[in-house]
Ligand binder design. Structure first.
Ligand code: F6R
Length: 275
């Protein structure tokens, strides 16, 4: 895992969008795993901008979203299909037939979950999975008690998640209590993961996710098992991390991140901090 700390949420979202754009340019047939939520909106804004201004081409890529609420048809303004249309799909040259979200109104939800897993496999697996993190530490809707090897399934939402998203529904009572979500095991099979977390309200859970023990109670801790996971945060979300000097040194010195660095220091002026 690597942790990249950016000065603010704009810079953090910018970096994630640049990583996605770089991967998509390198492989136009990219299979992209997508997340929804407020944090991701800034990433999609930037991808739309790159499509408009730099001709970033989505025509050959395939997408799989992490999750969808049970009981919401795609026409519902709170469905994640609606969110994706609004924030990305409608504004870029993606072929909608290549975009996938679980069907939250499927008659047989278990079958729908099985088919979703099969579809991911049919496309050769996910190349790059975007992730946010909930206040209860979920990735996708893998709420506490999610098995670390879980597959796509229906999961009941915790009170923390209901409270986090209730405003969008005009109150908790109107919000679905369950969602279909890719499992932790499904997410861990993606070739690369990139998690974006911004804002002070994510600082505690982020520290537990990155530096705490791996536990099914905080599904984001499972990312510690992933061979290629990048966590991008702003200063506010990084506030409770302990090894920030180490994380900063890696970002400022590893060749992979050269093109993403904001400030270049003169060579030799940034020695590895001593612990
Ligand atoms: C939704 C999803 C969730 C969100 C998380 C953060 O598709 O995957 O895990 O990423 O709840 O949501 P925001 O960004 O609204 O704080």
């Amino acid at each position: 895992m690597e942790v990249i700390i950016q000065p603010n949420q704009e810079a953090a979202a910018d970096l994630v969008a640049r990583v996605v754009a770089r991967e998509l340019r390198a492989n136009p047939h990219l299979v992209l795993g997508l997340a929804t939520g407020r944090t991701m909106e800034r990433v999609y804004q930037r991808l739309v901008q790159k499509h408009r201004e730099q001709k970033l081409d989505f025509s050959l890529c395939t997408t799989f979203n992490l999750d969808e609420y049970v009981g919401l048809p795609s026409s519902d303004p709170n469905s994640y299909r609606h969110y994706m249309d609004d924030h990305l799909f409608r504004h870029v040259n993606i072929d909608l037939r290549n975009t996938h979200l679980p069907n939250g109104v499927a008659e047989d939800l278990d079958r729908e979950c099985e088919l979703y897993e099969k579809a991911i496999l049919r496309f050769g697996g996910i190349d790059l999975q975007l992730l946010g993190i909930g206040k209860a530490g979920h990735i996708g809707f893998n709420e506490p008690l999610s098995a670390l090897r879980s597959r796509t399934r229906v999961k009941a939402l915790t009170p923390v998640t209901l409270a986090q998203n209730a405003a969008l529904f005009g109150g908790q009572k109107k919000m679905p209590r369950r969602a279909i979500t890719m499992g932790v095991g499904t997410i861990l099979e993606s070739r690369r993961c990139i998690l974006l977390a911004t804002g002070a309200e994510k600082a505690d859970i982020l520290a537990r996710a990155i530096e705490g023990p791996i536990s099914g109670m905080v599904s984001a801790t499972a990312l510690q098992l992933h061979p290629h996971c990048t966590v991008v945060v702003d200063e506010a979300a990084a506030a409770k991390l302990t090894e920030v000097d180490y994380y900063r040194w890696i970002f400022e010195n590893e060749p992979e991140w050269r093109e993403f660095r904001l400030l270049k220091r003169p060579a030799g002026s940034d020695p590895m901090p001593e612990k």
